[in-house]
Ligand binder design. Structure first.
Ligand code: 3H9
Length: 654
């Protein structure tokens, strides 16, 4: 039974048991509705406790049911029935009360929680709004400001904060929730437990204030509808009657649920959870990583080191000399200190992490490392030298990883004595923040090494995506196609600013040219030079970017790139010199420039990405289309609400 009611007069204990996360499937909704009827009709019952078995309170509606025809009883009706019950209900919350779960708790008359519980309405992340009274009840309980923030951001709050906000009435200990909730429920029988509620609707939320708040939310949402709809629903809650506001909320919810953005975001929800499910690694035990080494203390090496330290792995960093080692150490400490300043780690933890870090110029200090990641200059000869040194100094069973973004990891592995220990771990910069980790599978890597890569990702709270060896793996290979398409349109008549603006309006975090200016044009230039000897002479090649690089225009760091940057500014202005170069190249190629609509730019770029993704799938470089979507969303700023370039391009896994 997914919902059971046990009567221990004067209480009824209602327990939900629907693993893994007690989602509100049809059976749970029906069970809760029956429980209300049973409690209402049993005179011996004076109050009810609602609690959940397993690791969490109800974590929301069952997302898998959204694609199917809805079945009665609907959740809003269940929650209204709980709220209308003449016997008070106390929700006893552990784990996460999210979405519909939080709404069920809001329908209960009282709420208690363990201190490490979390409560939230994350529906916007699924392209939805709370659809079972959350936008109507939450502002009445915690006030409009706090509710608007919680509902439009989707961010859950911890139990302590929930207590301060008035979202829960009391906190139990971590181990005595049920007894505490029973006690609380007994006190509710004679209504001696009352909660303070803010005045509602608050007078200061006038039309002007709503306009301003909704405008700010719309701007931040960059094309995503759900945060805006969520804000409009909270406004309805303040301006309409309770019943009308609930009806309007439901309408907004259904419209969003059936729309493209929510479908895309639900795809992303499941895609994110399938990247690490690799059948062949299911029964393979990963090696334990007790200590790690990093070669190279630049931005990337330092970011990986900090990220490993934060995951509890002691790190030894090796640089070419003491001065460079010191500089690397400085970068690592700066990152750790920034985490400390943001309150993410305590004083004591900061000191411990610093102690767990060693910087050295001697490869011999890596003798104990279980895994070493090299993050040195992107040059095959340099990488091979590093691997030679690692072979000499590391344990024979240590895993040796390269953080290369493009180079042939098979070629690197071929030089190793134990190629089964060599793997690619492609982190993204800044490595302590970016969630994506491409795990590059060579032809010779062992299952144990791969499993260790996945276990490491989990420990570092990264989302791992398996990729085969090819130039640029999944992400940079698609990026190369994307850029090529931009270069073609540039030469054909579009300006950098037009293309950037079109892609920002598409929902990308940044346009392609401003992105190059930020990262540095020299990286792409070096790459193009590396690939030049093997380039098909019949392939269209646009020389504009090379011409900028030949002039030393490497982007923001040189004050000039695709745009012109005034001293200290990160915002570029169109540069007539660039326009002149583009004109010259158009003339040389015999092209008379034409205009592009925003839609055409967006479509051509999306198509280029999807097509390259299809090639990557066909070659077995990526496991699934969903994996490709995750790489582009997590590593390259592709808008989540479009589901990734494969989903948006109509390519789905079977
Ligand atoms: C909603 O409630 C709408 C209402 O307002 C209105 C309705 C009318 N449904 O993440 P995990 C699966 S919208 C179905 O790995 P964790 C998940 O796919 C909903 N399945 O565990 C995975 O399956 P598998 C609002 C779900 O411990 C397994 O459970 N709620 C759901 O790292 C374990 O999940 C949310 O948005 C679901 N709702 O994290 C909460 N949730 O093993 C979404 C999970 O086959 N969920 N699964 O891969 C979460 O944020 C996390 O799952 C949670 C646990 C924090 C709960």
């Amino acid at each position: 039974m997914t919902v059971t009611v046990s009567v221990e007069a004067p209480l009824a204990i209602v327990q939900v048991d629907n693993p893994p996360v007690n989602a509100l499937s049809h059976a749970v909704r029906e069970g809760l509705m029956n429980a209300v009827r049973e409690i209402e009709s049993n005179d011996a019952v004076k109050a009810a406790v609602l609690l959940c078995k397993g690791r969490t309170f109800i974590a929301g509606a069952d997302i898998r049911e959204f694609g199917q025809p809805p079945k009665e009883p609907h959740l809003p009706d269940v929650i209204n029935a709980i709220e209308a019950c003449s016997k008070p209900w106390t929700a006893a919350i552990h784990g996460t009360a999210l979405g519909g779960g939080c709404e069920v708790a809001l329908g209960c008359h009282h709420r208690v929680a363990v201190p490490d519980a979390r409560l939230g309405l994350p529906e916007v992340n699924l392209g939805l709004i709370p659809g079972a009274g959350g936008t109507v009840r939450l502002p009445r309980v915690i006030g409009v400001d706090a509710a608007l923030d919680m509902i439009t951001s989707g961010k859950p709050v911890g139990a302590q904060k929930a207590l301060e906000m008035g979202l829960v009435d009391a906190l139990s200990g971590n181990d005595d929730l049920e007894a505490f909730a029973r006690n609380h429920a007994r006190q509710t029988i004679d209504s001696s437990v009352a909660s303070d509620r803010p005045a509602f609707p608050p007078a200061e939320w006038n039309d002007e204030k709503w306009e301003e708040a909704i405008g700010a939310i719309r701007k931040k949402a960059r094309g995503q509808q759900s945060p805006v709809e969520a804000a409009l629903a909270v406004r309805d809650a303040c301006t309409l009657s309770l019943e009308d506001a609930q009806r309007a909320e439901r309408e907004r919810f259904v419209k969003l649920r059936d729309g493209d953005q929510s479908k895309a975001l639900r795809h992303v929800f499941f895609a994110e959870r399938q990247t690490a499910k690799i059948d062949e690694l299911k029964d393979i035990a990963p090696l334990e990583i007790k200590a790690a080494g990093i070669i190279g203390g630049g931005t990337m090496g330092a970011g990986i080191a900090a990220s490993m330290l934060l995951a509890g792995i002691p790190v030894t960093m090796v640089e070419r000399d003491d001065e460079a080692a010191d500089a690397g150490k400085g970068r690592v400490f700066k990152t750790l200190e920034a985490s400390h300043k943001r309150g993410l780690i305590s004083d004591e933890k900061l000191e411990n992490l610093k102690e767990a870090f060693t910087a050295s110029s001697d490869y011999a200090s890596l003798a104990d490392a279980d895994l070493v990641v090299e993050a040195v200059f992107e040059d095959m000869a340099v990488k091979k030298q590093v691997f030679d040194a690692l072979e000499k100094h590391c344990r024979a069973d240590a895993i040796l990883a390269t953080n290369t973004s493009y180079l042939d990891v098979n070629e690197i592995a071929a030089t190793a004595e134990k190629p089964e220990r060599v793997i690619g771990l492609h982190f993204f910069s800044p490595a302590h923040i970016m969630k994506l980790l491409e795990i590059i599978r060579t032809d010779t890597v062992s299952a144990e090494t791969l499993a260790t890569g996945f276990a490491l990702a989990k420990r570092m709270r990264k989302i791992p995506v398996l990729a085969g060896v090819c130039d640029g793996f999944i992400g940079n290979r698609i990026l190369a196609s994307y850029r090529k398409q931009c270069d073609y349109m540039l030469e054909d008549g579009a300006s950098p600013a037009e293309i950037d603006s079109a892609m920002r309006n598409f929902g990308m975090a940044m346009g392609p040219f401003e992105m190059q200016d930020m990262a540095g044009l020299d990286i792409g230039w070096a790459n193009r030079k590396r690939l030049a000897p093997n380039r098909d002479p019949n392939e269209r090649y646009v020389k504009i970017a090379d011409r900028l690089c030949e002039l030393g225009r490497f982007g923001q760091k040189t004050g000039k790139g695709w745009y012109l940057y005034e001293e200290g500014s990160r915002k570029g202005k169109p540069d007539p010199d660039v326009a002149a170069i583009i004109d010259e190249e158009r003339a040389k190629a015999g092209i008379s420039p034409r205009s592009f609509t925003e839609e055409e730019i967006q479509n051509r770029i999306l198509q280029a990405m999807t097509t390259e993704g299809k090639n990557i799938l066909a070659e077995g470089i990526a496991r699934t289309a969903a994996d490709i979507d995750m790489v582009m969303i997590l590593g390259y700023g592709f808008p989540r609400w479009r589901g990734g370039p494969m989903f948006a391009g109509g390519v789905k896994d079977q």
